[in-house]
Design a protein around this ligand. Structure first.
Ligand code: HEC
Length: 150
């Protein structure tokens, strides 16, 4: 190795090390509390935390039965017959709808119909939506079996 390239090598690898050491020691001196834990550490942690933490909800909560799912997401409109929704227990309003069959009704709820959004808003799992549908339609005169867990 020539003298020139040795100098280059020492500088290239050595200089960053010296710089890093200087920074570290400076940091330690300027922040004597770093060994401990105080509010500014907490504030810093909050400031630099990654954005958009993932909350694993669906996996943890228990699957609702038909009545629970209906109350949670369908009653808002169907209990009072809001915005043209066929009312819970109103057999006259439900008869023609039930006549379309379960598959057609499920398609309406999944895809949305009129003022009802797709999946009736979206907070329920597919199974819960099916159960809520059965609960609602059966109250209106249908005799659909409640879907079991798959
Ligand atoms: C934002 C209000 C709203 C919510 C919430 C809602 N619905 Fe509806 N739903 C409607 C309206 C309005 C209609 C009538 C749509 C039409 O025929 O134009 C309807 C119709 C239906 C029908 C009949 C569809 C058809 O093809 O005739 C079913 C079944 C149904 N809803 C089930 C549900 C279920 C199950 C839920 C809860 C998971 C739910 N709805 C939540 C407003 C709502």
């Amino acid at each position: 190795m020539s003298n020139q390239s040795l100098k280059t090598a020492v500088f290239a690898f050595g200089a960053p090390l010296v710089l890093a050491a200087a920074l570290v020691s400076n940091f330690a001196v300027a922040n004597p509390s770093k060994a401990g834990y105080d509010n500014s550490d907490l504030a810093t942690a909050i400031r630099i935390q990654k954005v958009g933490s993932v909350a694993l909800q669906g996996g943890a909560r228990k699957v609702r039965d038909g009545a629970e799912a209906y109350t949670a997401q369908c009653a808002a409109c169907h209990a009072g017959g809001l915005v043209g929704a066929p009312k819970f227990g109103d057999t006259a309003a439900w008869a023609p709808r039930i006549g379309q069959g379960f598959a057609a009704l499920l398609k309406s709820v999944m895809g949305g119909k009129g003022a009802m959004g797709a999946q009736a808003g979206g907070a329920l799992s597919d199974l819960e939506i099916e159960r809520a549908l059965v609960h609602l339609a059966n109250a209106g005169g249908a005799k659909f079996p409640e879907p079991a867990a798959k």
